[in-house]
Design a protein around this ligand. Structure first.
Ligand code: KG4
Ligand code: ZN
Length: 365
């Protein structure tokens, strides 16, 4: 591998078709030369969630266009690239396959090395792309499908300190939006409603706060919201705009409180192991939430720890993080051949016992 690496990244594991080009020279900060994201929100709008088959077909249609646009924005040709990195899992298998096949085609056609990267590693390594930080650090990875505290000690060395035992918070935000008739993805719509509401009118449960450790649970919160909604609909025949805003504010406040308390505990556990590296970073779609970011920042300040949150566009799914995770793998001397397979499940911490769904397909987290 050359000293300077210019890598094309591809992402298609959920409902964003993304291509990006990232350049890195050792000793310098990485440069995002282009980052293209085609969302699929409109395609899934009528279904209340992401439909895997529709997502896969849309990825297959849009991936090459996203690559062309990224190359054009970066003013580069395929000959200027040093390699191709692609999300090889975890995610919706049809979409991951579309990305892996596209990456293999480009790598074979242009004679470039190929590397498959873990989507979660893409999120977890983003603070190194944006802020050039050293290992180790504590990461809270919060997305639509995942929620875990990870001690990140290397580009392929993760220790899970805690995680959700049921729903991911992004999923909970999405379900909350559905219950209240708000558009998907639910996170941004619930946050916008919550900004107009009173977070003290409805007090929702803060699950697992009484239990030691930093595992979390979000499914009871969604049920509490459902019950409260049904109670009000039965009593008043529907919800007013104020009701909806107050419900969103109460729901968001409960999520934020859980994060604040569990992050405090995760930081204590992490600092006991790595007192020399007081850094806490957050990534994943839910990290775009301003109240969540503010709470984590406060917790970090109280513990005298540096807090890092990537810009919103690099918190939600994107391909710059995949190109960067590929750069980390190439620098470590790794690459894949054309037998690279798409994996629906792929936990980052392979040593800890699975916390979720250790079924036929393997551990989810
Ligand atoms: O990381 P991401 O883009 O995709 C996954 O890998 O899951 O995360 C998407 C999730 C969705 O559930 C979405 O509702 C949530 O992140 N999200 C938010 C916000 N923006 C996106 N949740 C809360 N507040 C937000 N502002
Ligand atoms: Zn993601």
């Amino acid at each position: 591998m050359k000293n300077s690496l210019t890598i094309l990244g591809l992402e298609s594991s959920c409902d964003d078709t993304a291509a990006a080009i990232v350049r890195h020279r050792p000793g310098q900060s990485a440069e995002i030369l282009a980052s293209v994201v085609y969302g699929q929100t409109d395609l899934h709008a009528g279904y209340g969630g992401v439909v895997p088959e529709i997502a896969a077909r849309a990825h297959a249609e849009k991936l090459d266009l996203a690559v062309e646009q990224a190359l054009s924005e970066a003013d580069l040709g395929l000959a200027d690239l040093d390699g191709v990195a692609v999300t090889a899992g975890p995610g919706l298998i049809g979409g991951v396959l579309a990305g892996v096949m596209c990456a293999k085609g480009i790598a074979a056609g242009a004679g470039l090395p190929l590397v498959g990267v873990n989507h979660l590693a893409g999120h977890a390594l983003t603070p190194r792309l944006t802020d050039d930080i050293a290992f180790p650090y504590l990461m809270l990875l919060v997305s639509g499908g995942h929620c875990q505290f990870l001690m990140v000690s290397g580009s392929d060395t993760y220790k899970r300190l805690g995680a959700t035992i049921d729903d991911a918070p992004g999923e909970a935000f999405d379900k909350a939006a559905r219950l209240l008739g708000l558009p998907q993805p639910g996170g941004p719509s619930v946050e916008a409603e919550a900004a107009k509401g009173d977070p003290t009118r409805f007090v929702f449960p803060r699950p697992l706060l009484n239990r030691p450790g930093c595992d979390m649970s979000f499914s009871g919160l969604k049920t509490a919201l459902l019950r409260q909604r049904d109670k009000m609909v039965a009593a008043n025949g529907g919800l007013t705009a104020t009701d909806r805003a107050d419900l969103c504010a109460g729901f968001q406040a409960a999520v934020v409180d859980v994060f604040a308390e569990k992050s405090t505990r995760a930081l204590e556990a992490y600092l006991a192991l790595k007192p020399e590296a007081p850094v806490f970073a957050v990534a994943g779609g839910v990290a775009a939430n301003r109240k969540v970011r503010a709470a984590l920042e406060t917790v970090s300040r109280h513990q005298g720890v540096q807090f890092l949150a990537p810009p919103t566009a690099l918190c939600t799914d994107n391909a710059a993080m995949i190109a960067w995770a590929g750069i980390e793998r190439f620098r470590a001397g790794d690459s894949d051949d054309h037998s690279l397979a798409a994996r629906p499940r792929w936990p980052l911490d392979r040593k800890s016992a699975p916390i979720l769904g250790s079924g036929k397909k393997g551990a989810k987290a």
